[in-house]
Design a protein around this ligand. Structure first.
Ligand SMILES: Cc1cc2nc3c(=O)[nH]c(=O)nc-3n(C[C@H](O)[C@H](O)[C@H](O)COP(=O)(O)OP(=O)(O)OC[C@H]3O[C@@H](n4cnc5c(N)ncnc54)[C@H](O)[C@@H]3O)c2cc1C
Length: 449
């Protein structure tokens, strides 16, 4: 398949952001390969939804792909003649079109600069170090490059056995019928919110029961949110502290009532990675097990008008939240049956016409074959917990001159904690692009015409 200066594994936001930065900032010809499971133009699960009602959970003015222009997405929206406000939560489908336009621009710029850009659809199963180059293995094929970037996001939780719909965004909600009376949702995060809204949009009148360990839905964004009202939290109260001390400081800050909690939570963002790095292994594990849901529902919020519709559905009794973990789902003659683990023990809930899996992403290394393979070879260092790999400050995970491997996004969850959304990913993509371009100038990397 040829020799490349850089091979990017993954064609979602992180892959596109890495390409866009490199192509924009490169001052000499290069050869770039992308290897992604999905075809070109499918940008990972977040932006693959075809549905207008599935919205971004970050305001338009902060969804720009470039670290040096956070408004870039909003400027693109305006240039399309779409009437929108900077604080609006726009459809994720529109964001996919934005990513496509970035890719198109990158292709044009690449052509002008003599940069060769190839896109391969396939599964990267393994990476090998051949001293002069790294080889990304996909079946019998290999893509050889001096530098590899892991932009692989992470797998969605899956349990393909059983009758539950694993990719709920793809479901055709028009097929819901009045004869269907009961729907179960497994999980209660942003995906569940997407599905609730899609169901409500059809006018379907049956009962929706949402099962999760906390039975807690995301909190809504604050109407009229003003980023200027964030506070400078004293780092010494949060960094290099025990988790219990951090939680006390946070509660004190919120209780003081000086600001709405939304501002306090968002003010933690610049400190989150340092806080995480400075926690003991035990406290990290506790944070994931005990507080991760609590953190997520406050940190990753949804638009106020989505919250109003979901609240109304709860008040009318159409939507029920149930605190229970779903151990398994089976198809019975009476519909889908769920085996639940509750505080009382094991219970069964049955008679569902449909079940949707809304459990979000799976950060566990053991469920990611590519990560497992490169860890086994010593091509990356484990994060020290069950969630992915480690990277240096400029996202380097492996160096064996002249070869290098970088990573961004979800594979670094165990090392960084806050490494999921566009604001972190665009900064990481920029760091990788800079590190790579500086190096390729120094090493006069080869170009393919
Ligand atoms: C439903 C949902 C909504 C979200 N909404 C927002 C939002 O509004 N704002 C926000 O900032 N963030 C949002 N996020 C967070 C989201 O994760 C990031 O914005 C971003 O999409 C992550 O991009 P990524 O490229 O790192 O990972 P992904 O989108 O997961 O892309 C990874 C890509 O790599 C491919 N891949 C993985 N492994 C391999 C392999 N071994 N071989 C080949 N290809 C591989 C995958 O197929 C995929 O194409 C949302 C996430 C979800 C799930």
């Amino acid at each position: 398949m040829g020799w490349y200066d850089i091979a990017i594994v993954g064609g979602g936001f992180s892959g596109v952001a890495t390409i866009a930065n490199i192509v924009r900032d490169a001052s000499k010809p290069l050869a770039i390969a992308v290897v992604s499971r999905e075809p070109r133009g499918v940008f990972g699960p977040a932006y693959a939804t075809p549905r207008d009602e599935h919205l971004l959970n970050v305001p338009a003015a902060n969804m720009g792909l470039f670290a040096d222009n956070h408004r870039h997405f909003f400027e693109w929206v305006e240039a399309q003649g779409i009437a929108a406000a900077p604080g609006e939560y726009l459809p994720r489908k529109l964001y996919a079109q934005y990513l496509q336009s970035i890719l198109d621009t990158a292709r044009d710029t690449a052509r002008e600069k003599g940069i060769h850009l190839d896109w391969f659809q396939g599964e990267a199963e393994d990476i090998e170090d051949h001293a002069e180059y790294l080889s990304v293995r996909s079946g019998a094929e290999g893509i050889d490059a001096r530098v590899v970037v892991l932009a692989i996001g992470n797998a969605l939780h899956k349990d393909s056995a059983g009758p539950v719909i694993d990719q709920p965004w793809k479901f055709d909600f028009k097929t819901l019928s009045p004869a269907q009376k009961k729907i179960a949702l497994i999980g209660s995060g942003l995906t569940a919110a997407d599905i609730i809204i899609s169901i409500l949009d059809t006018g379907w009148q049956g009962e929706i029961t949402c099962y999760s360990g906390h039975a807690a839905l995301p909190r809504p964004h604050l109407a009229g949110y003003d980023a200027g009202k964030r506070v400078a939290l004293p780092p010494d109260q949060y960094i290099s502290q025990r988790l219990s001390t951090i939680m006390q400081a946070l509660r004190r800050e919120i209780k003081s009532g000086a600001r709405e909690w939304h501002y306090i939570i968002d003010s933690l963002r610049p400190l989150t990675q340092d806080i995480w790095r400075s926690l003991s292994a035990t406290d990290r594990e506790r944070l994931v097990k005990k507080y991760f849901t609590l953190w997520n529902i406050h940190r990753h919020r949804y638009a106020p008008h989505i919250a109003e519709r979901i609240d109304a559905a709860q008040k009318s009794g159409q939507l029920k939240m149930v605190q229970a973990r779903v151990a398994s789902a089976t198809q019975t003659p009476n519909g889908v049956a769920l085996e639940l683990t509750t505080k009382r023990g094991t219970e069964t809930a049955n008679g569902f016409d449909l079940g949707f899996r809304c459990t979000g992403v799976d950060y566990k290394t053991e469920n990611n074959p590519l990560l497992k393979n490169i860890l086994a070879k010593g091509l990356a260092k484990p994060s020290g917990n069950d969630y992915g790999i480690r990277a240096s400050d400029n996202m380097l995970v492996y160096r064996d001159r002249p070869c290098e491997m970088y990573a961004l996004g979800a594979p670094l969850f165990g090392a960084l904690f806050e490494t999921t959304a566009v604001p972190e990913l665009r900064a990481q993509a920029k760091l990788i692009s800079q590190a790579f371009l500086e190096d390729s100038i120094a090493s006069k990397s080869r170009a393919i015409g």
